[in-house]
Ligand binder design. Structure first.
Ligand code: CU
Length: 205
């Protein structure tokens, strides 16, 4: 006999700051024990442009093995440097480090780009050797269930396989790793709140 029983549920993770306000640009990594993958997979490549001394977007999510395309839209050169940004990444592990110089955008022509393949899961801090104020982040995820929070602080996951799942939340200003939470995904919507221990700095845009 065919069963119409749902085997997946929706999980909305809300990330809040220390004062209870929604946090944009937090990374939420969900790992259902049953595995699976979302219907809409993460793009395997992302573009981060250098524009008016900013990395845009300031937070980028890319799957392990994916590519980041750095595109210089400024008419002057940048010297991008990238280092593992997580607390645990300080442990003599240079595998997420890379750097390269980028020529400025030629007058009337498209900007010049450099492509990097990222393999090691975790956060990457982006800076520029020439312009000390430039700061951006990327996060390499080894789970296909990964989202960046919206302006409402929400990471809405759909059709997550039922059963246990872990949730990890990362934010650039949250220097002490938050504990990984275990939830149970059921047919009803699971609404999970995760609070940072800090109030993130406001963005410079
Ligand atoms: Cu620069």
């Amino acid at each position: 006999m065919a069963s119409s029983q749902a085997v997946a549920g929706n999980v909305s993770v809300f990330v809040l700051d220390r004062d209870g306000k929604p946090v944009i640009d937090a990374v939420v990594i969900l790992k259902p024990a049953a595995g699976g993958a979302p219907r809409t997979p993460l793009p395997t490549s992302a573009t981060i442009s250098q524009q008016r001394m900013l990395f845009l977007p300031p937070m980028t999510l890319v799957p392990a093995g994916g590519k980041i395309n750095f595109l210089n839209n400024d008419p002057w050169e940048h010297h991008v440097k990238a280092t593992g940004a997580g607390f645990s990444s300080f442990l003599l592990d240079n595998s997420t480090s890379f750097e390269f110089r980028m020529d400025g955008k030629p007058d009337g022509k498209p900007g010049i780009s450099t492509e990097v393949t990222v393999t090691k899961p975790g956060p990457i801090l982006l800076g520029c050797h020439i312009h000390g104020s430039m700061r951006g982040h990327a996060y390499v995820t080894d789970s296909p269930w990964a989202l960046i929070t919206t302006v409402e602080g929400e990471a809405p996951f759909q059709d997550v396989p039922n059963g246990p799942a872990t949730i990890r939340v990362w934010h650039a200003d949250q220097l002490i790793d938050l504990p990984i939470q275990t939830i149970s995904v059921g047919n009803a919507l699971s609404r999970i709140e995760v609070k940072l221990t800090v109030t993130p700095r406001r963005r410079r845009i």
